[in-house]
Design a protein around this ligand. Structure first.
Ligand code: AMP
Length: 296
């Protein structure tokens, strides 16, 4: 397995693979691997001849008061897992390699990032967009694997790819959870045992919301109130939001219908956690489609 630190080495490896006729699968990460990352790499390995994994803790997506310095890093462990999984190349550049000069370019995703994580983490998605654009420029035409866990990020990456015409197929992969429902995250390492118990409130809130939709609730307010109530009852948890949105646009929908996404964010101790879950609300059939007998 190759480990590249330089952009030109990683780029020529990918170009060579493509000119040899193989397709490339790419998994961008910030390292500190858990089963969530592993599931992306596994899907990528199964579906592509050449697999490239990037490991880069991207300073541009952290706010000034966030955990860029404290973020867990263990390149040897991560590279060992990549080797075991049959990854062909790891790209692990330094900050200086990725950002040799101060960046003047700033990406703005408009309404897609004016709410939710975008509202609570100003500048975060501009930083995500920048690093993904750079990585896509290094890797070139590929299939790229992202987790549903970061639902708004996935929407941003899809928008970036479409609007800048990257030759990349973006694939979303299901969230991997612990057996008690907690979504795996590198930041779970910050949680004490008590905080971890409180963190379970996020998934409980999502489940309560999705159960309500499944049992026929179509009022956004009612679903969001039920979700907020679950979070409010958890000691040590301070919610940022608990909402239900259109799954693709992330816009609020008053009468719930179609593909929806429930999204929550909360602080547990000093750790900020996010999670989300899909739900489908099919409109009840219009009365005119029901037979006479049914109506009577
Ligand atoms: P990160 O290293 O946190 O930037 O994550 C790298 C990729 O792994 C992103 O596409 C995340 O959405 C994805 N990911 C993180 N946690 C999970 C999880 N629990 N299940 C599936 N994918 C995940």
């Amino acid at each position: 397995m190759h480990i590249f630190q330089r952009i030109d080495e990683a780029r020529s490896f990918c170009s060579r693979a493509r000119s040899g006729g193989t397709d490339i699968g790419f998994v961008p990460t910030m390292g500190a691997f858990h089963e969530g990352h592993i599931s992306l790499i596994r899907s990528c390995r199964e579906e592509n001849e050449t697999v490239m994994v990037s490991i880069f803790v991207n300073p541009a997506q952290f706010g000034p008061d966030e955990d860029f310095v404290a973020y867990p890093r263990d390149l040897d462990y991560d590279a060992g897992l990549c080797r075991e999984m049959g990854v062909d190349a790891v790209f692990a550049p330094s900050v200086a390699e990725m950002y040799p000069t101060p960046q003047t370019l700033s990406l703005d995703f408009g309404g897609l990032t004016s709410d939710l994580e975008g509202r609570h983490r100003p500048g975060h998605f501009a930083g995500v967009g920048l690093v993904i654009a750079k990585l896509f420029n290094v890797v070139g035409a590929c299939r790229a694997y992202f987790g549903d866990k970061d639902w708004q990020q996935l929407a941003v990456v899809r928008r970036l790819t479409a609007e800048l015409a990257f030759p990349v197929e973006v694939l979303g992969c299901e969230t991997v959870r612990d057996s008690d429902g907690l979504a795996l995250s590198s930041r779970n390492a910050y949680l004490s045992a008590t905080e971890r118990q409180s963190a379970l409130g996020l998934y409980r809130s999502l489940r309560v919301g999705s159960d309500k939709i499944e049992s026929g609730e179509r009022s956004r307010d009612a679903v969001e109130e039920a979700m907020a109530l679950v979070l409010a009852e958890v000691k040590g948890l301070s919610p940022d939001y608990a909402v239900v949105r259109d799954a693709a646009t992330l816009m609020p929908v008053d009468f719930l219908s179609g593909d929806l996404r429930l999204l929550v964010a909360a602080n547990v101790g000093g750790t900020r956690l996010i999670d989300n879950l899909g739900a489908r609300a099919d409109r009840p059939p219009p009365l005119s489609t029901l037979g006479e007998g049914v109506r009577a």
